[in-house]
Design a protein around this ligand. Structure first.
Ligand SMILES: [Mg+2]
Length: 388
């Protein structure tokens, strides 16, 4: 009699354990293709869920990548096995990478899993990835001029002034010259920088992004003028990211104006190569391009070993921004800024989401609610998206 009761209790315990373990299986992965972002919802067998964001440069391709590729690496795995799930996705699909679409798609699932874990444990994600060094992150307002075709210098000045009026203390002007228009002649850069500097006043920090448009020699000459005539202290992607030694030549030649690169490096190995060969002053990997927080933490460790602070690249105002805040809160080598997109361009998306971070006097607060701190109104998002 006694032993039968003990046996029943043991059996019940085992069944409960099995049930709990199977509750933790990754059961469902859905994508929501909204006009302003590609979002990934991951759900466990027990019904817990989380939201991630994938790189959405070509969203149809990314949907296919996730559903035809990564899903089979992630479904059935444990929601707790961050490293193992990441490795399965990355190394099984390596021939279709190693960066770009592969890591951008992985980011969608990786971020959703971090959000899910935070919700299950009722903890903000930074507590799960190392804890918190800081409660808020300074942001810079970022905008592109489309190499003078989308925006005139006076329009750029108005745009920059709008950021300052809203409380931003730093602005980035993206020239978007790119390799295909290398060393343009005439070069519109100074005309834009002059207009923007006059609009934002001498105290606002001004970052200038060339978007890979110069040769090293030209980049050095322009960088000296930006520093001396316009008080520019941050100089992003002055040269092509296809020749990392050019970054080193520019960085070595310029003092008092820091080089930034890394938005087109997508893995720990690519960032290592950028640091070792290019030796830029700051690196700016992007949490939705590099494969999510799991990979970003590794990149941060490599960067710390080389004394490189990280200024996260970030062009999306919801999941990407929230994940970047948790990441920058959690690392010792956070740089002086996080990039913030122009929210006026995201009204449609921002109407279907609530965000647990606030803009205050040039800073964004780090979310302290469970998960990443992003809550989509699922029915509204669904109505505005293609859902697979
Ligand atoms: Mg850039």
């Amino acid at each position: 009699m006694h032993s039968r009761r003990a046996f029943s209790a043991l059996l019940a315990g085992l069944l409960a354990k099995l049930r709990a373990e199977s509750d933790d299986e990754i059961r469902e992965i859905r994508t929501y293709r909204h006009a302003q972002g590609l979002f990934v919802r991951v759900q466990s067998a027990g019904g817990a869920f989380g939201w991630g964001e994938a790189e959405s440069g070509l969203p149809e391709l990314m949907e296919t990548f996730i559903h035809a590729g990564l899903k089979k690496n992630a479904l059935g795995q444990s929601i707790w096995d961050a490293e193992r799930v990441w490795d399965r996705m990355f190394f099984d699909q390596h021939d279709l990478g190693p960066g770009g679409a592969l890591t951008g798609a992985i980011a969608g699932i990786d971020l959703a899993l971090w959000d899910l874990r935070g919700r299950v444990l009722q903890q903000p994600v930074h507590r799960l990835i190392g804890g918190k060094y800081r409660d808020r992150i300074r942001v810079y307002g970022s905008f592109g001029v489309g190499f003078g075709r989308r925006m005139t210098p006076s329009q750029a000045a108005s745009k920059a002034r709008k950021f300052v009026e809203r409380g931003y203390r730093a602005v980035k002007l993206r020239m978007q010259i790119r390799e295909s228009r290398q060393n343009p002649d005439p070069d519109p850069t100074f005309e834009y920088v002059k207009a923007v500097r006059e609009a934002i006043g001498p105290e606002t920090e001004l970052l200038v992004d060339i978007n890979n448009g110069y040769t090293a020699e030209r980049a050095i000459a322009v960088g000296l003028r930006l520093r001396d005539e316009f008080r520019v202290r941050y100089y992003e992607d002055p040269v092509s990211d296809q020749n990392l030694e050019d970054y080193a030549a520019v960085t070595r030649a310029l003092q008092g104006i820091a080089t930034i690169a890394g938005e087109k490096q997508y893995t720990r190995w690519q960032l290592r190569d950028l640091i070792v060969r290019g030796n830029v002053d700051y690196i700016n990997p992007d949490v939705i391009k590099t494969g999510g927080l799991t990979e970003m933490k590794k990149i941060a460790a490599i960067a710390q070993a080389y004394q490189k602070p990280i200024i996260c690249h970030n062009t999306r105002p919801t999941v990407s921004t929230a994940a970047s805040l948790h990441f920058m809160a959690s690392i010792p080598n956070a740089g002086p800024f996080l990039e913030a997109p122009d929210e006026d361009e995201f009204h449609a998306l921002l109407s279907v989401v609530s965000r647990q971070f606030r803009f205050e006097q040039g800073y964004l607060t780090v979310p302290v609610t469970p998960g990443l701190g992003i809550e989509f109104d699922e029915s509204k998002l669904r109505a505005a998206s293609r859902v697979i």
